[in-house]
Design a protein around this ligand. Sequence first.
Ligand code: PGA
Length: 266
Amino acid sequence: MKKWIIGNWKLQGSRSFLREYLEEFLVALSVGGLRELDGDALRVALCPPACYLLEMKTALAAHQSPVAAHIAVGAQNVSTASDGAFTGEVAATMARDCGAALSLIGHSERRQLFHETDEQAAEKVQTTLAAGLIPVLCVGETLVQREADQTLTVIDQQLQTALGGLSASDWSRIVVAYEPVWAIGTGCTATPQQAQTVHAFIRETLDAIQRNQSAKTLVPVSILYGGSVKDSNAAELLAQADVDGVLVGGASLNANEFARIALAAC
Ligand code: PGA
């Protein structure tokens, strides 16, 4: 299974930060021994704010490091709409036009702070796929839901709604990220065992959805863990059987730490 290491800068960064960050990050990858990234084993992506997508893509494409051009750029969100009178929105096609290869969808901050629903996540998965981007669908329970023993029910619902309408050919382009809301930005990471339990459930659910869609063969989907991932816990999380990568927020803003996390996946 492909390992994905994705950095989510959220609403942070600037053009000068971006330039300095990429220099440091690429040096750290090279010093750490990562000199190739064009195979399928490891995928590294960075999701800056939308206004920096093109800048990041251009800087990576022009860089002399052999791995730079293989680092993907991702959007943090896209509109459900493809165009029209929707002030402030960015369409998936526009993100693609600015160099994005993927987009986070349904991040818990979008769900909680901007009241995004599972139905909107489903629409965004479709518009993302239609634009030729890989949707990285984020799912996860709140602390209240976990304590009420609703974790698996909540995740099942999020997956069924967002992915129930996929067509067979879309499955190979889907990535799912399990991000327990109580672990995001709190310093409180799920234990590797907690992550593994939910990841195994997500894998079963994704298979069940495909079976319901009468899939002839089940397509394996990469399932990433996110929530207070750091260089000190990445290796242990990545060692779990059903953890196919990590989605990193805060720690991805430190170029050296994010490089150490990527190196932990090699
Ligand atoms: P965190 O964020 O690593 O800062 O907890 C993860 C995320 O929101 O994707």
